[in-house]
Design a protein around this ligand. Structure first.
Ligand code: HEM
Length: 537
């Protein structure tokens, strides 16, 4: 680490064997040949043309020419840190995950915070969602909790994700604006996607301009599943609660900081870890017994809904401490490949259609971002334990597999890897009962888009409500197409009249008396609207 006083753990120690320290060493080529001069090309005569023979020049330039990899398609801008996690008391009554069952275990973690829309070099203080991705290097394998600093999401089905991201990213003709949602394509999409109403309220709130990564909450968003050693399952929502509290900047401050120090959050995280001000979060869980699945007014599988804490309190079950900066940004923060499909026994998925789609997307994008099927061998991605399976070869393979066989079943080799029983730590998917017709449709239980948006607005103090009205007015004021502003005022009036009136006043527009209800593009062309969206009935 940049500061040797920062604590080591099993994972950071495992990275050490890959660390190169140049001080006092002779310069070499990649094949280990000592270099006598890397500042002058080999030439034919003093002023002569450079020679193709110059392998030292060619190696140096070729490597440089290939230094860049694609940035993440979303969450490109981020900052990471190492740390540890420890559970306060055993959670074995609800999950058989070992790292949550044993308070004596300290689990190494790597965390990456990010913005979503901006490119790698964009400002930290954009009004945006923040990614909050945590990898636990457990004894049973890597568990990734790939969350955000807001507890809900824009869309209910992953098939809409490319549309959402195409709408929010810079517009395709001129690549404007960088890292901001204040533009036509984003608000056009949102204004005809009523399921985004709840998330939009969070995005226009002060939560979207955090004071520091150290002062943000984190959320797993989806409902996940815990399963205990007896096979009993419960639903679980994950939370991170910062011990420094939740703090934001004001919009005017955010704009100032973006000009003066676009690295503000990255610098704040780095400097505080260097100074030994290790940021801490408590892991919270809301647990719902399986038999209570249908007891709520909303569907637990709907990622645009929270479980209000009044209904199911958040239990704080353990603590995360970030205590060590990465040694090398690219090797660690850029090459880390989080995926909510990286689970350990005792943690499982639900049928949330956003979650289900994410299970496909992350590995798929990492295959291209990190150059092929062996990215799990990159040091930051390796689990603590040794990997044994019959996967072989591919670009940049690092492992040297011994033996002739790479298939299962196998009677030739006595030593081929064997499958683990559940009692030996083998992962078994929860045998949830599933039944029904194959349909391309949205569940009717997903159709209340406004109650929780309203709940969120009403939970804000008056100054916070004013900040939201200002944020909507600023953002919609940047939209060029008048119809977008009018449609959004219609949506806002379905959420809260005072909110709609406040924004309408600032935009110098009337509040629509009987809002034009958005066209619901989420239903098939031949569907009966009444079956699909209550706001259209
Ligand atoms: C990246 C969170 C929905 C696709 C990320 C990252 C986070 C995140 C935190 C950055 C990880 C890092 O720091 O490396 C979430 C949350 C979601 C959500 C909380 C909703 C609850 C989706 C959906 C899709 C998706 C629906 C696609 C169907 C991606 C992709 C990346 C990404 C492709 C880039 C990953 C990489 O290049 O390594 N997401 N996301 N996300 N997300 Fe999501």
């Amino acid at each position: 680490p940049s500061n040797p006083a920062q604590p080591d753990n099993d994972k950071t120690q495992s990275l050490e064997s890959h660390v190169e320290t140049p001080a006092g060493e002779m310069m070499t080529t990649n094949t280990g040949l000592r270099i006598n001069d890397d500042q002058n090309t080999l030439k034919a005569g003093d002023r002569g043309a450079s020679l193709l023979e110059d392998f030292i020049f060619r190696e140096k330039i070729t490597h440089f020419d290939h230094e860049r990899i694609p940035e993440r398609v979303v969450h490109a801008r981020g900052a990471g840190a190492h740390g540890v996690f420890r559970v306060y008391e055993s959670m074995s009554s609800v999950t058989r995950a070992q790292f949550l069952g044993d308070p004596s275990l300290e689990t190494p973690v790597f965390v990456r915070f990010s913005t979503v829309a901006g490119s790698r070099g964009s400002t930290d203080l954009a009004r945006d969602v923040r990614g909050f991705a945590v990898r636990f290097y457990t004894q049973e394998g890597n568990f990734d909790l790939v969350g955000n600093n807001m507890p809900v999401f824009f869309i209910q089905d992953a098939i809409k994700f490319p549309d959402l991201v195409h709408a929010v990213k810079p517009e395709p003709d001129n690549e404007i604006p960088q890292a901001a949602s204040a533009h036509d394509t984003f608000w056009d999409f949102i204004s005809i996607m009523p399921e985004s109403s709840h998330m939009i309220m969070w995005l226009m709130s002060d939560r979207a301009i955090p004071r520091s990564y150290r002062m943000m909450e984190g959320f797993g968003v989806h409902t996940f599943r815990f399963v205990n050693a007896e096979g009993v399952a419960s639903f679980v929502k994950f939370h991170w609660k910062p011990l420094l509290g939740v703090h934001s900047v004001a919009w005017d401050e955010a704009q100032n900081i973006s000009g003066k120090d676009p690295d503000y959050h990255r610098r704040d995280l780095w400097d505080n870890i260097e100074m030994g001000n290790y940021p801490e979060w408590e892991l919270g869980v809301q647990i719902v017994p399986e038999e209570d699945e249908f007891k709520f007014e909303f569907d637990l599988l709907d990622p645009t809904k929270i479980i209000p804490e009044e209904l199911v309190p958040v239990q704080r079950i353990g603590k995360l401490t970030l205590n060590r900066n990465p040694t090398n940004f690219f090797a660690e923060t850029e090459q880390v490949a989080f995926h909510l499909g990286h689970v350990v026994p005792g943690i499982d998925f639900t049928n949330d259609p956003l979650l289900q789609g994410r299970l496909f997307s992350y590995t798929d994008t990492q295959l291209i971002r990190l150059g092929g099927p062996n990215f799990q061998e990159i040091p930051i991605n390796r689990p603590l334990g040794v990997v044994h399976n019959n996967q072989r070869d591919g670009y940049m393979r690092q492992t040297i597999n011994r033996g002739k066989t790479s298939y299962n079943p196998n009677l030739l080799a006595g030593n081929y890897p064997v499958q683990a029983k559940a009692s030996e730590g083998g992962f078994t998917s929860y045998p949830e009962r599933v039944d029904g017709r194959k349909v391309r449709a949205r569940s009717k239980s997903f159709l209340d888009h406004f109650s929780q948006a309203r709940l969120f607005f009403n939970s804000q103090s008056d100054p916070e409500k004013n900040h939201m009205i200002d944020a909507f007015s600023f953002e919609l004021g940047k939209c060029i197409t008048p119809a977008i502003r009018e449609r959004m005022l219609g949506i806002l009036s379905l959420i809260d009249q005072s909110l709609a009136a406040g924004v309408a006043y600032q935009l110098r527009l009337p509040v629509p008396p009987d809002p034009a209800l958005p066209v619901n593009h989420s239903m098939p062309a031949d569907a009966d609207p009444a079956d699909y969206d209550p706001i259209m009935v």
